[in-house]
Design a binder for this molecule. Structure first.
Ligand code: ZN
Length: 185
């Protein structure tokens, strides 16, 4: 799952909400498993790291391709690190003692600054392939499960603020664009 030297890529600028249509439409499935794809994944890890994010979808750096990267703690505090090409999200039933959903604060590098409380499934799984086309799977809980849902939403053209009531969304977008809201936390 882990790429050796996964932070050897080059950080690219983050696409912010409303600045590029690629962020607001469903991304294209990856069909070429070539050197360019491997470079893109490395650049995505580098971009996530440079922006101090816990996850990043390809369209957040302007690339129309169904790929995300994640480096995010789960409910136990264990870091979930990896990437998935052509992911499919499955919401899982909670294990004994786990909640079905969790409402916690969520933010996004493409809406820099604000956070909002949003319900998400506590446990989720993503199936897809690696840069060679071989099967990969990430199952996660807590914040990492939230991240999986957030990133697959991105690849379907949905930014988390799109899931909020319009008035709330507009307030957050104004905050992101406003003074002091122009840099990711
Ligand atoms: Zn995001």
């Amino acid at each position: 799952m882990r790429l050796p030297g996964r932070y050897d890529g080059v950080a690219r600028p983050i696409v912010t909400y409303g600045s590029n249509p690629v962020l607001h439409r469903s991304c294209a499935p990856v069909t070429e498993f070539d050197r360019e794809l491997r470079h893109l994944v490395l650049d995505m890890f580098a971009s996530m790291e440079a922006a101090d994010g816990v996850g990043l979808a390809a369209n957040q750096i302007g690339v129309d391709a169904r790929i995300f990267v994640i480096d995010c703690p789960d409910a136990e505090g264990e870091d979930v690190v990896g990437y998935v090409v052509n992911p499919t999200l499955t919401i899982l039933d909670p294990a004994d003692g786990e909640p079905a959903e969790e409402v916690t604060e969520e933010g996004c590098l493409s809406v820099p600054g604000p956070y909002a409380e949003l319900p998400r499934a506590f446990r989720a799984r993503v199936d897809g392939v690696d840069v060679h086309g071989g099967p990969v799977r990430i199952e996660a809980t807590g914040m990492a499960a939230r991240c999986l849902q957030h990133e697959v939403d991105h690849l379907n053209g949905t930014v988390y603020v799109d899931l909020l009531p319009e008035e709330h969304r507009e307030r957050l977008l104004a905050e992101a664009a406003g003074p002091g809201g122009d840099l990711p936390a």
